[in-house]
Design a protein around this ligand. Structure first.
Ligand code: GLU
Length: 307
C-alpha cells in the first residue's frame, strides 16, 4: 500500500558510497534505511558511486560494492552514476557560483591552515579565516604563478535551520561554524559538497538518508541549493553502527562486509541489521524486500550496536 497522496510525486532516494574500500555493515544499514524509506512510498532508488578522488577509489572497489549490494537484494533504478565521469556537470555548477561573484581562489597550504585555524567541526575540518578573500586580483595572479589555488565559496553570517527526519531540528551558522568552504581542490578535483548537491539536483533526489557523521555538511549543502535556486531534499541522518565494545565500525578495522558475507548468507545479514536497528522484533533471516511494509523511521533505535 502506498502512503503518499495522489498529488505528491513519489520520492527519489539514493545511496552514495565512496569506494575507498569494501563496505562495512554501517554502510549497508544506510543503504537499507534509505532504500526502505523510498520503496515504502513507491519511490525510486538510485546508486551513485562517489569516486571523485580517483586515486583513492579504484573501479574495482566500486564493482565490489555493486556486487555486494546486488547480493544483498538491493534493486536500483536508472543508470549507476559515477562522479569521476561528471567533472563537466560540476564545472557548470561552479560557473553559476562564479557568476554570482561568490567564489575566490585560495592559496593557503595545508600547513598554513593548520597553523592559523583551530579544529572546529566534528568531521575534523577547519573554519577558514578568509585570508585569501582579501587578495586583490593582481596579488592572486602573482601567486598563481607559483602554486595552483583551490576555489572557495563565500558564506554569509546566516544560520541555516532544517528539520532532520531522524535527529530533529538542526541549525548551523555558516560563517562561524563552517567558514568559506572548498568547492574545487587545487588539483582540479571537485569537492564533495559541490558534487553531492549538483548530482542530487540533476537526478531529482528528494530524500537523503545518510550517516550522522554528515549532519555537519548539511547546512553548507542547503546553502548551495539556495544559490542554485533549488529546493533542498528532505534529510535524515541515522546513527553510525557500533561494535559491541562501543567502537564505530570502520573499513580500516577489518569490519568489512566481506567478512560477514563469507560467514553468513545475505538474508541473515539483512535480518541481523534490521533487528539491531529496531526495524524488526526478532533476529531472524529476512529478504530485503520483505522489510518494506514494516519500515518506519519511528522504529529506528537511537544507538545501533552489532553483537
Ligand atoms: N559518499 C559519502 C559516504 O560514503 C556519502 C555522501 C552522502 O550521502 O551525501 O559517506
Amino acid at each position: 500500500m502506498k502512503t503518499y497522496n495522489a498529488q505528491d510525486k513519489p520520492p527519489v532516494g539514493r545511496f552514495a558510497p565512496t569506494p575507498s574500500g569494501r563496505m562495512h555493515l554501517g554502510n549497508v544499514l544506510c543503504a537499507l534505511v534509505a532504500y526502505l524509506s523510498v520503496r515504502k512510498r513507491g519511490g525510486r532508488f538510485l546508486l551513485r558511486i562517489e569516486d571523485l578522488d580517483a586515486a583513492r577509489c579504484p573501479r574495482s572497489a566500486a564493482d565490489e560494492i555493486i556486487r555486494d549490494l546486488n547480493r544483498l537484494g538491493f534493486e536500483f533504478d536508472g543508470e549507476i552514476i559515477y562522479q569521476s565521469e561528471r567533472a563537466e556537470v560540476y564545472r557548470e555548477y561552479e560557473k553559476k557560483l562564479e557568476n554570482l561573484g561568490l567564489t575566490y581562489p585560495c592559496f593557503c597550504s595545508r600547513s598554513e591552515l593548520h597553523a592559523s585555524q583551530a579544529p572546529h567541526l566534528s568531521d575534523g575540518s577547519y573554519v577558514y579565516d578568509g585570508k585569501c578573500k582579501r587578495l586583490t586580483k593582481e596579488q592572486a595572479d602573482e601567486k598563481r604563478k607559483s602554486r595552483p589555488p583551490c576555489i572557495r565559496l563565500r558564506v554569509p553570517d546566516e544560520t541555516v535551520t532544517f528539520a532532520d527526519g531522524f535527529c530533529g531540528r538542526q541549525s548551523q551558522n555558516l560563517e562561524k561554524q563552517c567558514g568559506d568552504f572548498i568547492i574545487r581542490r587545487s588539483d582540479g578535483v571537485y569537492a564533495y559538497q559541490l558534487a553531492v548537491v549538483a548530482d542530487d539536483i540533476s537526478s531529482g533526489v528528494t530524500e537523503v538518508v545518510r550517516g550522522e557523521d554528515l549532519v555537519s555538511s548539511t547546512a553548507r549543502q542547503i546553502y548551495l541549493y539556495g544559490l542554485f535556486g533549488e529546493k533542498p531534499p528532505h534529510y535524515a541522518h541515522i546513527p553510525l553502527v557500533t561494535a559491541s565494545d562501543g567502537r564505530r565500525l570502520s573499513k580500516r578495522d577489518g569490519d568489512s562486509l566481506a567478512c560477514a558475507l563469507s560467514d553468513f548468507p545475505p538474508e541473515r545479514i539483512i535480518g541481523r541489521l534490521a533487528y539491531a536497528a529496531g526495524i524488526t522484533e526478532t533476529d531472524a533471516p529476512v529478504k530485503l524486500n520483505e522489510l518494506i511494509e514494516c519500515f518506519s523511521f519511528e522504529k529506528l533505535n537511537r544507538r545501533i550496536t552489532l553483537q
